[in-house]
Write a protein that binds this ligand. Structure first.
Ligand code: HEM
Length: 476
């Protein structure tokens, strides 16, 4: 502990200078030159699972590299106390930009909602948010049900007991859904191509954001040129669709139409074609991988917890009778929703959030100097025994409304929080709430004997290798 007045005149905010007890967070170091970041790089989930509980909500990871290589942040803090997380994401959100990790995503997403900042982001969010309001989403339920039927149609013709690649099936389904929600059936002929390009671009972006030694895209190596080309192709495809739509006199009710019609309340302006394209590409990327991964984890959790599956089937019988699920059932599928919430707790697809401080700030008594890269380990906060009873157990009941009331808002935040809360959260929840009863009433899914996997924390946390499941038709 030190007296900030005497020891550190560089920290500016008045409130901070008045404090007598401001303290620096504890430090985790390691062998030179990588320092503590070595342990993080070796095994990210192990690192956050083991280190986070040792410190009181905040610690610094030291490395010789910070502030030197890349130069876009000076130090790294791991922030895991819900009050502090709330401060960063909500209360003082204007002091924290997305910064470092999101820069690489801009190669594909440009200035879309996920990667833009400040007033520009605020204006875009105002324009886009209404397209994701619950009432507007109801029109997409039909697409979700149809696309789930397509997947199940492929399973129906397989011999009973076949092994399928669930990760791939769920990812394809969610991509088809977002594609149709965005463009109606305009692009049926393009879906295959969009799918292929997106998968490639996604893999490349993952390598770029998770490998600190990847070469800047501006260096024209054959690999970089191919990667650049893929991003270009996606942009061009989307540009083409927007252009065709601008010329069409037909009336559409899809997301693209909503984005094209959106007007800023204050200025009356709509989006430029370039901006539209960045938003479309962003929604594509943010909207399918996360939900595909979440559905994959969901079936894994049910395979591990057969009694939960039984209870789900009972709820489906009570609420749906013999019918397919529809928008009118969602409110009544309460246990289903709790099972989804519990899956997102134990397996949050977005397992880590990052922010960078613009100015000096305080978290509790801790000093957060400007240019600090603050990493928020959603995964370990969701599994912290300070906030969760028997945290590793799959217990959907913990999400009963009564039991959730006393929980800190930022002890559970699979969709982020504050003004940058996921804009597609209701879209995703609806997709999962519709797909789960459809699939589970017709099929049982079990991992093949001896199938093992690890949790692979890339941009999203996925199973590696991809999740395999043996599927069998239920006998009525
Ligand atoms: C289970 C599925 C999903 C999860 C777990 C998830 C998670 C998240 C999280 C944690 C953020 C905040 C990132 C940050 O603060 O740095 C976010 C933002 C975002 N998500 Fe999602 N998401 C999901 C589904 C979707 C869907 C279906 C869409 C669109 C159809 C979508 C579109 C977006 C967009 C555009 C943003 C940026 C919002 C902004 O900054 O204003 N997401 N998502």
């Amino acid at each position: 502990m030190f007296d900030i007045k005497r020891r550190n005149k560089a920290f500016k905010p008045k409130e901070m200078l008045e404090r007598q007890t401001a303290i620096k967070p504890p430090v985790l170091d390691g062998p030179w030159p990588a320092g503590g970041i070595k342990y993080f790089a070796e095994d990210k989930l192990k690192f956050i699972t083991e280190q986070v509980p040792k410190y009181a909500g905040l610690f610094e990871v030291k490395s010789f590299f910070f502030g030197k290589i890349g130069g876009d942040f000076d130090r790294m803090y791991i922030v895991s106390e819900p009050d502090y997380v709330q401060h960063i994401l909500q209360k003082n959100n204007r002091n924290y930009i997305k910064g470092h990790a999101y820069e690489e995503l801009k190669h594909l997403l440009g200035n879309g909602l996920l990667t833009s900042e400040g007033d520009f982001w605020r204006k875009q969010r105002r324009l886009i948010q209404p397209a994701f309001h619950r009432e507007r989403l109801t029109g997409f339920a039909k697409i979700m049900i149809e696309e789930c039927q397509v997947v199940m149609g492929k399973w129906r013709v397989l011999p009973n007991g076949s092994t399928i690649n669930l990760s791939k099936a769920m990812m394809e389904m969610t991509l088809q859904i977002v594609c149709k929600a965005m463009f109606s059936s305009d692009v049926a002929h393009l879906v295959e191509e969009v799918n292929r390009e997106f998968n490639y671009a996604n893999e490349k972006l993952i390598q770029r954001t998770t490998n600190p030694f990847s070469l800047p895209l501006s260096i024209p190596t054959p690999g970089n040129l191919k990667e650049k080309n893929s991003y270009e192709n996606i942009r061009k495809m989307v540009d083409g669709i927007i252009e065709k739509r601008r010329q069409s006199s037909e009336k559409y009710q899809d997301l693209l139409a909503m984005l094209m019609e959106a007007r800023d309340e204050q200025t009356g302006e709509g989006m430029s074609d370039e901006q539209l394209r960045d938003e479309v590409v962003t929604i594509f990327l943010a909207g399918h991988e996360t939900t595909g991964v979440a559905l994959t984890w969901l079936f894994h959790c049910l395979d591990e917890n057969n009694e939960v599956e039984e209870q789900l089937l009972e709820e489906f019988n009570n609420v749906l009778d013999e019918n397919l699920p529809g928008i009118q059932h969602l409110r009544k599928l309460t246990y289903t929703r709790m099972v989804i919430d519990e899956t997102l707790r134990l397996y949050p697809p977005v397992w880590l959030l990052g922010r960078q401080s613009l100015e000096d700030d305080m978290l509790g008594d801790y000093i957060i100097p400007k240019n600090t890269n603050c990493l928020i380990p959603v995964y370990s906060i969701h599994r912290d025994k300070r906030y969760w009873n028997e945290p590793l157990k799959f217990m959907p009941e913990r999400f009963e409304p009564e039991r959730s009331k006393s929980r800190h808002k930022f002890a559970y935040f699979p969709f982020g929080g504050g003004p940058r809360l996921c804009v597609g959260n209701n879209f995703a929840l609806m997709e999962m709430q519709l797909a789960l009863p459809m699939i589970l009433r017709e099929f049982t899914l079990h991992k093949p004997k001896n199938f093992t996997f690890k949790k692979d924390p890339l941009i999203t946390m996925r199973p590696h290798p991809e999740m395999q499941m043996v599927i069998e038709r239920r006998t009525k």
